[in-house]
Design a binder for this molecule. Structure first.
Ligand SMILES: *Cc1c(COP(=O)(O)O)cnc(C)c1O
Length: 372
């Protein structure tokens, strides 16, 4: 009999469609025999980490023979000061992805339910599926809606009942770039049963310039069932280090701590993230670069006659008006990696990260050729 590892996996795991990450530069260059390619595929900060984080990493590398601080005290203390919360409300993760996994492990099981939206971040269905819980997906806002493809909070609320343990809301959402209004989000959180935890994923919040935007972390005192996740992977430029965190009621954090790996965040990451919080200059520079790059990319795409969805992240979703796979292939041949999103049910769209001015210009020129 032939060996079939998949057949040995649990029923829940067998049903998971594996996550397809953005193509790394090295893989593209190996496959196509090219060099000097650019990656605008995974919403990373084109500047990478700032000088303070870089220095902290080198320093921390001296002590790598020791286990990291399993409680992440210094980083938690800096985060507690930033958010005006207690240290025991913070759960650190190996990326916020790790926190999402912990949430699912801790609160989901066969017999309970989780709710998310169509076109939501791909990790939500994966973490839910792995637990055997029932996933309920709400239809997104229709194409004619000003927030086309975005989360429809009314539709999501209609799927929530007393068996719903987790609701996932990315604000802004990836891959759509869409967002929900502050008042509507607050009403949503107030409307769900106390037995339903609402996870508001704010991976891109640093990029949001809008003064009216919901910073759900400010509502933690009001809602014991609110969990806010943040990451150092995007605006802070530390994607390769893997650091993220959740803010929640202390009792929720205590539950998450039961399933957390004791040393889930490594010592270089802990030091770099702590230093990154102090580097306000670098954060501002990164945000500024993305804001001007967003104008450059949006206007360039619109000049080509393409539909660009409104985005508050560091990326845009663009409708190619034809199957995006061929467009993507033509971009790859020119050394430009963007993100196909057919796996999200968006076969005509591409998600493009805002890069440096030069990278954006190169992407726009390559796209013009790809569309010819
Ligand atoms: C990128 C992203 C994250 C962050 O993932 P990390 O594991 O922290 O790198 C979380 N949520 C969304 C919606 C994202 O796009």
């Amino acid at each position: 009999m032939t060996f079939n590892a998949l057949a040995l996996a649990t029923r829940s795991v067998r049903a998971i469609a594996p996550y397809i990450p953005g193509k790394p530069l090295s893989e593209l260059e190996r496959e196509y025999g090219i060099s000097d390619s650019i990656k605008l595929a995974s919403n990373e900060n084109p500047l990478g980490p700032g000088p303070k984080a870089r220095a902290a990493m080198l320093q921390a590398a001296q002590n790598i023979g020791l286990y990291p601080d399993g409680n992440g005290f210094d980083l938690k203390q800096a985060l507690a000061a930033k958010h005006g919360c207690d240290i025991d409300q913070i759960t650190l993760g190996n990326g916020s992805n790790d926190v999402l996994v912990m949430l699912a492990e801790a609160f989901l099981d066969a017999g309970v339910e989780a709710v998310y939206s169509q076109y939501c971040f791909a990790i939500y269905p994966i973490v839910v599926q792995a637990t055997g819980a029932t996933a309920k997906m709400a239809a997104a806002c229709p194409d004619t809606h000003p927030m086309a493809l975005g989360h429809d909070l009314e539709a999501m609320l209609s799927l929530v009942n007393t068996s719903t343990r987790l609701v996932f809301i990315a604000n802004p959402n990836n891959p759509t770039g869409t967002w929900v209004q502050a008042a509507a989000l607050k009403r949503f959180i107030a409307s769900v049963p106390a037995t339903t935890l609402v996870v508001v994923d704010e991976a891109y919040i640093e990029y949001v310039q809008d003064g009216d935007f919901a910073d759900a972390s400010q509502w933690l005192r009001e809602f014991t069932n609110l969990i806010v996740t943040r990451t150092f992977s995007k605006a802070y430029g530390l994607a390769g280090l893997r650091v993220g965190y959740a803010l929640s009621h202390a009792d929720v954090a205590a539950v998450l701590n039961r399933v957390r790996q004791p040393f889930n965040v490594n010592s270089i990451a802990l030091s770099a993230a702590t230093a990154a919080l102090e580097d306000v200059d670098h954060l501002q520079k990164s945000i500024q670069l993305t804001a001007s790059g967003m104008q450059q990319v949006e206007s360039g795409l619109k000049k080509m006659g393409l539909r660009v969805y409104p985005s508050k992240g560091n990326f845009v979703l663009v409708d190619c008006g034809r199957p995006a796979a061929a467009v993507n292939e033509a971009l790859l041949r020119q050394g430009v990696i963007v993100r196909p999103v057919a796996g999200y049910g968006l076969p005509a769209q591409l998600r493009i990260t805002i890069g440096t001015e030069h990278e954006n210009a190169r992407m726009l020129a390559a796209l013009a050729i790809a569309l010819k």
